[in-house]
Design a protein around this ligand. Structure first.
Ligand SMILES: [Zn+2]
Length: 298
C-alpha cells in the first residue's frame, strides 16, 4: 500500500517576502500598495484567490471524503473565518487534518527578507499561530509546515517544546514513495519529494506550482506521479501532492486573478489527477497523522 497525502497550504494570495519585513505580503497587494500599507501586517493580506476557488474545491474534497491536510497561515485563517463564516464550516470534516504554516508567513531564516528572528520570537510566533488555529477549529494541532519550506536551527526544537509531533518542511530527492524519519528533537519528519534532475521525471517538486503556472502539462504531472508509484516497492511508504489553495485562482507570471471558467478548468485538472491516481493499485489517500496511527517509524 502506498499512502497519498493531499497537502494544501492555506496562505494569503501568493505570500511574498519583502526585504526588511517580518510578515509576508500578498503579491497582488504588494504590486499596487503604498509603503505604509506594506508595513502593516493586517493590510498586507489578500485572500481573494482562496475565496474565489474555495467552494468548488472544498465541495469536491468533501463529497469524495478525500483525506486532506491543510497547513494554515494563522492570520489568513482568522481573516477568512471572520469574513466567511459559512465557508469556514466546510472545514468541519473528519477527513480533514490541520497544521500550522506560520502566523504571517514568516521567512524564519531571513534568507529573502534579511530579517533574523531570535529564538524566543520564533517560538512566540509559532505558539500564537498554533493557539489561533486550535481555537478556530476547536482541535489540537500536531503538524507544521514552515513558510517557504525553510526552518532555522531552532525550529524543530521549538516545535517539539510546543507539543507538535510532526513536521513537513524538508525536500528529499527520490524517484519513489518514501518514509518519514525521526529527528533528534523527537519529531517525525515527512519530507516532500523532489525528483532528481537527471531522472526521467526531470527535476520535479511534488508541488503543483509548475502546473498552475503552465510550465508543465497536466499529462506530465499525472505521468510523473504514476511513475513515482510504479517505482515503489516499499510497503506503507508515502507520496504527497502539494499545492496552494489560491493557485487555482491566481497566476503569478501574469499577476492576475483568473476568470471563473479558468478556475473551473484548474479544478477539473486536479480532479483528473486524483482520478488517475485512484485507478492505480494499492494506493490510499491519507494524512500524516493517519499514517502515524497505522505505522511505526523504521
Ligand atoms: Zn506558504
Amino acid at each position: 500500500m502506498v499512502y497519498i497525502f493531499i497537502c494544501v497550504d492555506f496562505d494569503r494570495d501568493y505570500a511574498f517576502p519583502i526585504v526588511g519585513l517580518k510578515h509576508a505580503i500578498s503579491k497582488p497587494i504588494q504590486l499596487k500598495s503604498s509603503k505604509e500599507q506594506s508595513l502593516n501586517p493586517i493590510e498586507s493580506i489578500s485572500i481573494k484567490g482562496t475565496v474565489n476557488c474555495f467552494n468548488p474545491f472544498m465541495t469536491y474534497l468533501s463529497d469524495k471524503e478525500l483525506q486532506t491536510t491543510f497547513y494554515f497561515e494563522a492570520r489568513s485563517a482568522k481573516l477568512f473565518s471572520e469574513k466567511y463564516p459559512k465557508e469556514m464550516k466546510m472545514f468541519k470534516k473528519s477527513s480533514f487534518e490541520f497544521g500550522v504554516h506560520g502566523y504571517d508567513h514568516e521567512d524564519f531564516t531571513g534568507e529573502e527578507t534579511r530579517v533574523r528572528f531570535e529564538q524566543d520570537e520564533e517560538r512566540n510566533i509559532i505558539a500564537s499561530a498554533k493557539r489561533e488555529i486550535e481555537n478556530l477549529f476547536s482541535t489540537d494541532i500536531a503538524g507544521f509546515r514552515a513558510p517557504y519550506m525553510r526552518i532555522t536551527s531552532n525550529t524543530l526544537q521549538i516545535l517539539s517544546a510546543l507539543n507538535f509531533t510532526h513536521d513537513s518542511s524538508y525536500y528529499k530527492e527520490a524517484e519513489r514513495a518514501i518514509y518519514p524519519f525521526r529527528t533528534k528533537e523527537g519529531l517525525v519528519e515527512f519530507p516532500v519529494i523532489k525528483t532528481p534532475k537527471e531522472s526521467s521525471m526531470k527535476g520535479m517538486y511534488t508541488y503543483l506550482w509548475p502546473f498552475f503556472e503552465k510550465k508543465r502539462t497536466l499529462e506530465e504531472i499525472i505521468g510523473n506521479y504514476i511513475h513515482l508509484l510504479k517505482n515503489t516497492e516499499d510497503k506503507n511508504s508515502y507520496i504527497s501532492i502539494n499545492l496552494h489553495l489560491w493557485h487555482f485562482a491566481y497566476n503569478i507570471e501574469h499577476n492576475r486573478f483568473l476568470l471563473q471558467e479558468e478556475i473551473a478548468e484548474n479544478i477539473h485538472s486536479f480532479k483528473r489527477l486524483i482520478t488517475s491516481l485512484e485507478k492505480c493499485e494499492n494506493v490510499t489517500f491519507s494524512t500524516p497523522s493517519e499514517w502515524l496511527k497505522e505505522n511505526s517509524i523504521v
